[in-house]
Design a protein around this ligand. Structure first.
Ligand code: DX5
Ligand code: ZN
Length: 216
């Protein structure tokens, strides 16, 4: 069964606790927390304080996506705040092997995120360290963007690469995942689906998540 991970970037922050309760009641599996520093991406969001708030307000798994320039410095803070999964961008990690070692040393599941243009070859020598791979299907920085179709071939290629290495790492797809794209993304090999606007911009989260699952 696929993992549905609503991105709170599209949530109503004036009532975050309610939004978290609603997506939990609606059958979400993870909470996707998009951390942006205004440097790695042209937007600024939130830091460990929101991870801590989500930890205290929800029982869901916390999936923290670090779109920041120097993740190594802040990984311990996000782990302490309660992250269960942390993904770092390959493009922001000159010492990716060490960054992943750091995440795992803190008892947190380790993932690497790749922007649409970044080749899979950049993670070939760290596959044995990975609990998950996050493939961006939009250019990072904002919710509500259009899915980039060339990512489908990349998902298929990642699935083959992981199989070649006998890796059971989760393939997570992030950006523009909705009722129109989730089937092709799932058929290509993804098993974790980040959906921000596709969920939070609807009236009935339970109905939306059910429909997404039925379309996987
Ligand atoms: C973009 C973020 C995504 C985004 C997804 O930089 O990493 O998680 O919030 O939003 P939607 O699902 O609306 O494309
Ligand atoms: Zn994300």
């Amino acid at each position: 069964m696929g993992i549905i991970a609503p991105s709170i970037l599209s949530a109503d922050f004036t009532k975050l606790r309610d939004e978290l309760n609603n997506i939990e009641q609606a059958g979400a599996d993870w909470i996707h927390i998009d951390v942006m520093d205004g440097q790695f991406v042209p937007n600024i969001t939130y830091g460990p304080i929101i991870v801590d708030a989500c930890k205290r307000a929800s029982n869901l798994v916390l999936d923290v996506h670090l779109m920041i320039e120097t993740p190594d410095a802040l990984i311990p803070e996000f782990a302490k705040a309660g992250a269960d999964y942390i993904s770092v961008h390959q493009e922001a990690c000159p010492h990716l092997h060490r960054s992943l070692q750091l995440i795992k040393s803190l008892g947190v599941k380790a993932g690497v995120a790749l922007n649409p243009a970044t080749p899979l070859s950049t993670i070939e020598y760290v596959i044995d360290q990975l609990d998950f791979v996050l493939l961006m299907s939009v250019n990072p920085g904002f919710g509500g963007q259009k899915f980039i179709p060339s990512c489908i071939e990349k998902i298929k290629a990642l699935s083959a690469l992981l199989a070649k290495h006998h890796s059971d790492a989760i393939i997570q797809v992030d950006g523009g995942v909705n009722m129109d794209t989730i089937k092709i993304v799932s058929n290509a090999g993804a098993t974790s689906f980040v959906a921000g606007s596709a969920i939070f911009n609807t009236e009935d989260y339970k109905q939306t998540i059910l429909a997404l699952r039925q379309n996987m």
